[in-house]
Write a protein that binds this ligand. Structure first.
Ligand SMILES: O=C(CO)COP(=O)(O)O
Length: 256
């Protein structure tokens, strides 16, 4: 049965581009996507330092702005951190949390993600909550349990007034930046399990409206078959989001 979830194509620029390159990429995207196709929403997540200049370039466009990380306290002595109200005032409507790179390199826990998710929803920003298994868990065959446990730990106790207040992104770590995309069936299997976990957390009606994305070597050549799967509602794109031509092609293909 077709669902009424809007496909989300989100670019995670990670730690790439200086200020001028970030502005140029944003301007190229606005030019390439003067209108976003019906049924698709487009989001870019530049590095924190470039949020304001990219926001300026995106003004008046249909492309949304998101951050790559946040802290859960609103203000205070937290050197180097960025709060939810600060992101909001910079123009962000989304914020990625729990990316495997933050979990691995910066030792962020499920509990950290839970605090971030709650602070974001309370502050009116949509968390893009990432989950995904490393290669050894995939090979051991316990990846569904692994991802479901991350989802439950990261999102338990979160209070949602509507389904558009949360996005989940399934990103198998072995597929990130490796060129090894999960097959569309692999993506569907885990995205479906994620949705079942969301049913347990938030109830069936809410879970039916929450977008679940796939991420990991998503590109123009595989986006159509990924989003054709019933539980894959878009993609969180790394490398291919740094090229305006590739990213805009993905947006168009996701709409077809
Ligand atoms: O980590 C990712 C997006 O958050 C995926 O990165 P790639 O698309 O470069 O594999």
């Amino acid at each position: 049965m077709p669902n009424n979830r809007t496909t989300l194509i989100a670019g995670n620029w990670k730690m790439n581009n200086d200020r001028e390159a970030a502005k140029a990429l944003a301007a190229e995207l606005v030019e390439a996507l003067p209108e976003v196709p019906a049924g698709v929403e487009v989001l870019v997540c530049p590095p924190t330092i470039d949020l304001c200049c990219v926001a300026h370039k995106l003004e008046g466009s249909a492309i949304a702005l998101g951050a790559q990380n946040c802290y859960w306290e609103a203000s205070g002595a937290y050197t180097g951190e960025t709060s939810v109200p600060m992101l909001k005032s910079a123009g962000c409507t989304y914020c990625i949390i729990g990316h495997s790179e933050r979990r691995d390199y910066f030792h962020e826990s499920d509990e950290d993600q839970n605090k971030k998710a709650k602070a974001l929803v309370a502050g009116g920003i949509v968390p893009v909550f990432c989950c995904g298994e490393p290669l050894e868990v995939r090979e051991a065959g316990t990846y569904v349990e692994h991802v479901v446990a991350q989802v439950k730990a990261g999102l338990e106790g979160l209070e949602l007034a509507s389904a558009d207040q949360l996005v989940v992104a399934y990103e198998p770590i072995w597929a990130i930046g490796t060129g090894m995309t999960a097959t569309a069936d692999d993506a569907q299997e885990v995205c479906h399990a994620v949705r079942e976990a969301l049913v347990e957390l938030f109830g069936a009606e809410m879970a039916d409206g929450i977008r679940v994305l796939y991420g990991g070597s998503a590109k123009p050549g595989n986006i159509a078959e990924l989003v054709a799967k019933p539980d894959v509602d878009g993609a969180l794109v790394g490398g291919a989001s740094l090229k305006a031509a590739d990213f805009s092609e993905m947006v168009v293909k996701a709409a077809e």
